[in-house]
Write a protein that binds this ligand. Structure first.
Ligand SMILES: NC(=O)NCCC(=O)O
Ligand SMILES: [Zn+2]
Length: 484
């Protein structure tokens, strides 16, 4: 059985051209003119792009005394509806728990996925067992990224010595560390002071996490990664303070990547000042939304290449779950949704406004992260031999975002009422048409785990470069006698 996507404009991170795409089974087998196949999908007037990859989601995540509501079934269904064909979730061992045991738990949950998936492994504690298991995770389990929380003191936060040890282990294994970069000690202190002064509403969440806590932690993580000789990926970069650190590091030749979220690009801090408690609490996430200057910095970073990826950090809690923090903002579960809306929101606020080109859109939603995760060109590419993860994008189609019509299982949408222009007409997941003319045809359980090999090139470049400046003992003759 073959499928031909006909009459569309192929848009990749580098090229825009007109051609048909032929798929056999799960793979792209031909790109050219006047191709024929058993089934034809009409792409006239549309862009044919690599399916979106969201490298930062939390599905059914145990967090702050509850679980995020979207699981692998509803979360990946939302992904497909929005043109995303692969997600990367975070496998989070409880402090003290074996990484392999946690992975088993995640594998049990992920069997319901509608699209392909992978995991970042969380480093939530540190000892010899974690050190040893990291090797198995990389070499046998196909996971080459490890996430470190510099925030959430008393829960997931790791100390600098643990982070340095883990980063060095990543360097040895050809893996890459990720950081949630906020200074957890300062956040804890500011939160306690705000509460003591009677500031217990959701707006205090933003006050407790000013841009400085993010800038400081990003700088610290960059320096620690540099000393460990390892690349670094900074998740949910929300402000100029953090972006500036990443930009400077990259100019110095450090391999550092930054990932703004669609929420931070399009929603600002005024959301927390809304008179409606529920409205504000539903938008509580870390880092919080920022002001326009920070948003402009993030957009500029995407256009200029100092920031590489737009993600969602999809971590969706219901209004009832959010209400756990009615009298204490520190108890509001942190996280917002966005999986279904990432591509349409970015097209509308990025491409339609002229902030991004179509090629940059493809780069920041798919191709760049496929390269960073070491799965390119299997994913993130329209090339012969690549997985047929494809979105046929109608740039004229519009809708108004509403919780009433979304796939996510929660009862609201942080983008409620936003008019978007640009929506998927077809989404293909490994050759299977999973969204047809806007209607979901995807199947629970279709998604497969995507193995990711350790990094060869980047790790080698960094370690060779480190070798040049490594400490060397100076051999001396005529050493003066001791003064004793
Ligand atoms: N970002 C957020 O508020 N929730 C998800 C967990 C995390 O990544 O910090
Ligand atoms: Zn985070």
């Amino acid at each position: 059985m073959s499928t031909v996507i006909k009459g569309g404009t192929i848009v990749t991170a580098d090229l825009t051209y007109t051609a048909d795409v032929k798929i056999e089974g799960e793979t792209i087998v031909e790109i050219g003119r006047d191709l024929s196949g058993d089934e034809v999908l009409d792409a006239s007037g549309c862009m044919v792009m690599p399916g979106g990859i969201d490298p930062h989601v939390h599905l059914e995540m145990p967090f702050m005394g509850t679980y995020s509501t979207d699981d692998f079934e509803s979360g990946t269904r939302a992904a497909i509806a929005g043109g995303t064909t692969m997600v990367v979730d975070f496998c989070l061992p409880n402090p003290g728990q074996s990484l392999l045991e946690a992975l088993q738990r995640w594998d049990n949950k992920a069997g319901r996925a509608h699209c392909d998936y992978s995991y970042h492994m969380g480093i939530t504690w540190w000892d010899e067992q974690v050190f040893n298991e990291m090797k198995t995770i990389v070499e046998d389990k196909g996971i080459n990224t490890f996430k470190h929380f510099m925030a959430y003191k008393g829960a997931l936060m790791v100390q600098d010595d643990e982070m340095y040890a883990s980063f060095q282990r990543c360097a040895e294994l050809g893996a890459m560390p990720l950081v949630h970069a906020e200074n957890g000690d300062v956040v804890a202190d500011l939160s306690a002071k705000l509460l003591a002064a009677g500031n217990n509403g959701p707006e205090a969440h933003a006050y407790s996490r000013p841009p400085q806590v993010e800038g400081e932690a990003t700088n610290r993580a960059i320096m620690i990664a540099d000393m460990a000789g390892v690349p670094l990926y900074v998740v949910h970069t929300s402000c100029e303070d953090s972006h500036e650190a990443i930009r400077r590091a990259r100019q110095q030749g450090k391999r550092v990547y930054g990932e703004p979220l669609i929420q931070h690009l399009t929603l600002d801090e005024s959301e927390y000042f809304d008179k409606d408690w529920d409205h504000a609490a539903r938008r509580v996430m870390s880092p919080p939304f920022r002001n326009k200057q920070h948003q402009d910095s993030l957009w500029a970073g995407l256009a200029s290449g100092s920031l590489q990826v737009v993600a969602t950090d999809h971590c969706a809690f219901t209004t009832d779950q959010k209400r756990t923090g009615i009298n204490d903002f520190t108890k509001i579960p942190n996280g917002t949704g966005g999986l279904e809306d990432r591509l349409p929101m970015l097209w509308t606020y990025g491409v339609v406004t002229g902030r991004l080109t179509m090629n940059e859109f493809v780069a920041v939603t798919s191709t760049n992260i496929a390269k960073i995760l070491n799965i390119y060109p299997k994913k993130g590419a329209i090339l012969v031999g690549a997985d047929a993860d494809i979105v046929v994008w109608d740039p004229t189609k519009t809708k108004t975002i509403s919780a009433k019509t979304q796939q996510s299982a929660i009862d609201y949408n942080v983008f409620e009422g936003k008019q978007v222009q640009g929506l998927p007409r077809f989404t293909l997941s490994r050759g299977t048409v999973s969204l047809r003319d806007g209607e979901l045809t995807s199947k629970e359980g279709h998604g497969q785990f995507v193995k990711r090999e350790p990094y060869q090139a980047v790790g080698k470049a960094l370690s060779t470069w480190k070798e040049l400046t490594a400490p060397r003992k100076i051999e001396r003759s005529g050493i003066p006698a001791s003064g004793v």
